[in-house]
Design a protein. Structure first.
Lengths: 215, 270
């Protein structure tokens, strides 16, 4: 379960958000552009530090202002999907999917097995040896998703990852995310302002306006 | 006849005048270089290629420039990375210090190096206590080249690191990669073509270094006499050698320029 309270001054307003997300739950953060949704995600992932508050994932404190705990992003076990795909353009699809497992020094046999499994699951096995830069937007986002899933994260942070996708791919990626969250029983925070994402995927939602949760 | 873009015809007086000026500038740049080739023959060129002055200068130039370039890569890349990614008090001052040699006249750079590391220099007087003397050695040539060429590389590397989409590095971090692994597997490969073109430019700058070298390292054949210094000396004694050395430097410069163009083109279509 994810629990957090975040307080920090942003350029135009103060961010003051408390939220939770249970295991197996998809919680949507919705709101206007610039409301602070992405900032919340970036704080949880460890790219930004708030002035006050805490971020707790299961039994691990990722950030706590009071006791000066601040885990670096590489130790937080949070998968983060950006709006624009971050598939590494200079690596093949296979190397992209293996990247997290190699970083975490998993055994070779396990890496091979996991890479094959996730490439098959997200229907990208045909591109295994193609460089990331030569894929379409939808294919790249599937690679980024396979790469994130392969590391078996404890939390999924999705920052409008469906925006740039066509209807068919959007459907496929949405289903993959929903299935993964339910079967692996992990919390998932999704930033979106698409009504259809909320209808189709959300178990709950928080609406954020100028850094405050309004509903 | 196909469709043509308007405004590109030389019938406009302004464009015509600009075209003529362009031709004048191109001639101004290229004619002196062509003149060099009129002052030699293939036989003379080959003959002087094996003269001791040319051979020694070529060896000294290549050894020192390669050493300088390696040093620039090893020290300049992390420096550029820090300057592009970390905010700290006095960062602007450090930036200015790094950029300063670009605008500094090379003779001043050489003189300043001499005042620092010379026998009576600020640091040199302490080094000489231990029997270390830097000026007028091959090490001094490398230091002079580093002084003028490193800022060019650091500047271009810094710009590349700043322009790189940070999302790639952040994605790698969330996948469990530490800062060093992210740097090696994401940052460096994604900027490699630009870094290579920066390396080639600083190599060329180091190869052509004259002012700082003659002030700080002197002009000793076989020790500190690089190709530009040998051209300067040979002009009075062995004219053919000077012409041959100049042609070698033109060939290297041309190769460097074409190399950078090729890399830049490759990057564009990558």
């Amino acid at each position: 379960m994810l629990k957090c309270t975040l307080q920090t001054e942003l350029r135009d307003f103060s961010l003051d958000v408390s939220l939770y997300c249970s295991k197996g739950e998809i919680v949507v953060l919705k709101g206007e552009n610039g409301a602070g949704k992405t900032t919340v995600l970036r704080i949880i992932a460890g790219f930004l530090n708030p002035e006050k508050g805490f971020v707790q994932l299961n039994d691990t404190m990722l950030f706590d202002h009071g006791s000066s705990i601040c885990l670096p992003p590489e130790h937080r076990r949070c998968a983060y999907l950006h709006q624009k795909s971050t598939t590494f353009p200079h690596m093949t699809v296979q190397d992209n999917v293996a990247y997290g497992l190699v970083s975490r020094k998993k055994p070779q046999a396990m890496i091979r097995e996991q890479v094959q499994y996730w490439m098959h699951n997200l229907n990208i096995s045909d591109f295994a040896h193609i460089k990331g830069r030569n894929l379409s937007g939808g294919q790249q986002q599937r690679v980024a998703l396979a790469r994130a899933f392969a590391t078996e994260p404890d939390l999924l942070l999705l920052d409008e990852p469906f925006t740039a996708l066509d209807t068919q791919t959007r459907e496929l990626v949405r289903n993959c995310v929903s299935t993964y969250v339910k079967t692996h029983n992990i919390p998932c925070l999704l930033v979106s302002h698409h009504g259809s994402d909320i209808q189709e995927m959300a178990d709950r939602y928080y609406e954020i306006e100028r850094g405050i949760v309004i509903s | 006849m196909g469709i043509r873009k308007t405004g590109s015809s030389l019938r406009s007086p302004f464009l015509l005048a600009s075209g003529i000026l362009t031709i004048i500038i191109v001639l101004f740049f290229s004619l002196p270089l062509i003149a060099l080739f009129f002052r030699t023959t293939p036989e003379l060129l080959i003959q002087s290629l094996f003269s001791p002055v040319v051979g020694k200068a070529l060896v000294i130039s290549l050894i020192t420039t390669i050493c300088t370039t390696i040093l620039i890569l090893i020290t300049g890349t992390p420096t550029a990375y820090i300057q592009s990614r970390v905010n700290y008090p006095g960062k602007k001052l450090v930036d200015t210090c790094i950029d300063l040699p670009i605008v500094l006249p090379p003779a001043v750079a050489g003189f300043a190096l001499l005042l620092m590391y010379g026998r009576m220099g600020l640091l040199g007087k302490y080094l000489s206590v231990f029997g270390i003397s830097i000026p007028f050695t091959t090490t001094a040539v490398i230091m002079a080249q580093f002084f003028v060429a490193a800022p060019l590389y650091i500047r271009s590397a810094k710009a590349l690191f700043s322009q790189l989409d940070k999302n790639y590095e952040e994605a790698a971090q969330t996948l469990g990669a530490g800062k060093f692994r992210v740097f090696l597997t994401i940052t460096l490969p994604l900027t490699s073509m630009g870094l290579l073109s920066g390396t080639i430019i600083s190599f060329a700058r180091a190869l052509g270094e004259f002012g700082a070298t003659i002030m700080f390292a002197g002009n000793l054949p076989g020790v500190t006499q690089t190709m530009p210094l040998a051209i300067y000396t040979s002009m009075q004694s062995d004219f053919n050698a000077a012409v041959t050395l100049s042609i070698i430097l033109i060939a290297i410069s041309l190769a460097v320029m074409l190399g950078v163009r090729w890399i830049a083109g490759g990057e564009e279509y990558a």
